[in-house]
Write a protein that binds this ligand. Structure first.
Ligand code: ZN
Length: 441
């Protein structure tokens, strides 16, 4: 039903029609509701559109009319989230639990944008605990919605109440158990994981894995650029990454970024596996040997890398830079191997590769910085750096640049791999020695 064009239910037509008979309890709620806007409006300093008190009440029979009245008033006044929640609270105050659920289901259905606002408000620290039943009922009602924004808000609400094991069980694990793979649920998962910090993303994925629901999670989240399911090799490769529990911050990325296997001959896209910033998608060359040969480990390694770029792009990384590329290489090693690795070689090697090997050369390719990384990206970078034998200065742009100039800039990247590695090892040793404080003579 369309709401905005309908006649106001708060200003009944004149002459008033006799009110339809209705249950006393519903009448009481409507009366309460009709007094509430007057108080609200006087606070907001806007003219009171409340009905003439001598007129018969509007024909608010079923709960649906009450919902539409609230929606219409909220839209007309352009109320903020707090006032909106106040309106909803007033409207449901007298409804019993079953009618409250019905009210909130109808609110989610008739005005998903307002329902999303209510849930987002519920996710804030300001929300009064007495309203919890309203938010929780709305969260349950939102599960049926196909509105992506409402689903995301519902996910964010659950994330803010991640310590409520029962709600997590009901809204996350039960829905995975039920095999949900609809787009609404994917949006919900995105809203949920995007709102969790790094430790809680890990904890949530631990819940998913320990319940044996990783396959269900992958089926619910992975999509290609057309919104279709991804090829089995992609699902298996991402499963290989996510079963390690080391890159669980990627959960939000999987629920939002498409992974497309394409044929460069027909797609017009680059034959290199890559993350494309403009399309915000990961693209794998379907003719590459690791894909045609069904090499799950190799594809996992490529995806750990490209998904790093995708995740980082949404968390404050400078998109094209040696430090971004180096950390993407590190992400693959961090997830899928157990030893230490040399991130300086990855970062500075990338810088010199653009200068010495790339055709045409790009001598100005940026070293880059993670100065604008948000806390979730920083947490990942700290993990990746935890096994870095070089201690590369990813978190100190000035030192990153200085050490490049002092130890790496002079090395030619265009030489046999073994020779480059030997030169990189020597540069790393010198760099580490050079960091030690000098004894004062
Ligand atoms: Zn890369």
């Amino acid at each position: 039903m369309k709401i905005a064009d309908g006649p106001s239910r708060l200003v009944p037509p004149s002459p008033p029609k006799p009110a339809a008979p209705e249950p006393a309890s519903a009448r009481a709620v409507v009366d309460t509701f009709e007094r509430a806007p007057a108080r609200l409006l006087s606070k907001l300093g806007v003219p009171n559109p409340a009905p003439d008190p001598t007129a018969a009440p509007a024909a608010c029979g079923p709960v649906e009319d009450l919902v539409d009245g609230v929606v219409e008033l909220a839209r007309r006044l352009g109320v903020g989230a707090r006032q909106l929640v106040g309106l909803v609270e007033t409207a449901v105050a007298g409804l019993g639990e079953s009618l409250r659920s019905e009210f909130l289901e109808l609110l989610a259905e008739h005005a998903p944008d307002l329902a999303a606002q209510v849930l987002r408000y519920g996710a804030t620290a300001d929300a009064a605990p007495s309203l919890t039943p309203v938010f929780q009922d709305l969260l349950l009602a939102a599960r049926a919605s196909d509105d992506p924004d409402l689903q995301q808000a519902a996910g964010a609400y659950l994330a803010a109440h991640f310590d409520d094991a029962q709600m997590v069980e009901q809204c996350l694990l039960d829905d995975l158990r039920a095999g949900r793979t609809d787009d609404g649920f994917r949006s919900f998962l995105y809203g949920f994981f995007a709102a969790l910090d790094a430790p809680d993303s890990h904890e949530a994925m631990e819940l998913v894995r320990s319940a044996g629901l990783l396959d269900g999670f992958l089926a619910a989240t992975l999509r290609d650029e057309n919104g279709d399911a991804v090829p089995a090799i992609v699902t298996e490769a991402v499963g290989r990454i996510m079963e390690t529990g080391r890159l669980d911050v990627y959960a939000e990325t999987l629920a939002s970024i498409p992974i497309t296997v394409h044929d460069p001959a027909t797609s017009g896209r680059s034959g290199s596996h890559h993350y494309n910033h403009g399309d915000d998608g990961v693209y794998l060359n379907g003719t590459a040997t690791e894909i045609t040969g069904n090499d799950v480990g190799a594809v996992a390694s490529k995806l750990a890398h490209e998904l790093f770029h995708a995740f980082a792009a949404h968390h404050g990384a400078s998109p094209y830079s040696a430090v971004n590329e180096g950390m993407a290489i590190a992400a693959d090693r961090y997830a899928l191997t157990d030893g230490s690795y040399n991130v300086a070689e990855m970062v500075y090697g990338t810088k010199n590769w653009y200068r010495d090997v790339r055709n045409p050369p790009k001598p100005d390719y940026e070293l880059g910085t993670f100065e604008d990384a948000d806390p979730k990206l920083r947490a990942l970078l700290e993990d990746l750096a935890s096994r870095d034998s070089s201690g590369v200065a990813w978190d100190d742009t000035e030192r990153l640049e200085q050490e490049y100039a002092d130890y790496w800039e002079a090395i030619d990247r265009d030489q046999p791999w073994a020779d480059w590695l030997a030169a990189a090892e020597a540069a790393t040793r010198d760099m580490i020695v050079g960091r030690r404080p000098r004894r004062a003579d």
